[in-house]
Design a protein. Structure first.
Length: 74
């Protein structure tokens, strides 16, 4: 499993969300890309890791998570 997060918002994302009426805050918003390999899905690993990530991000002062989506082939 790989849970990648980035506390730095890009100008591209800030503008992209703004066009949809959503103002991002670099102090409280974070981007998160959770990924669990096929053979480990449906075993509770992702749920457990997500709870840990949320706890960590709250400790870092983050209040909103923006999910990245995509597929990791390898």
């Amino acid at each position: 499993a790989l849970f990648e997060f980035d506390c730095t918002l890009t100008d591209f994302d800030i503008e992209r969300y703004r066009q949809h009426g959503i103002e991002l805050d670099g102090k409280t918003d974070v981007q998160l890309a959770p990924c669990v390999a096929d053979e480990y899905q449906n075993k509770g690993l992702g749920s457990k890791l997500l709870r840990l990530m949320i706890d960590l991000l709250r400790r870092l002062g983050k209040k909103r998570i923006l999910l990245w989506s995509g597929v990791l082939v390898d």
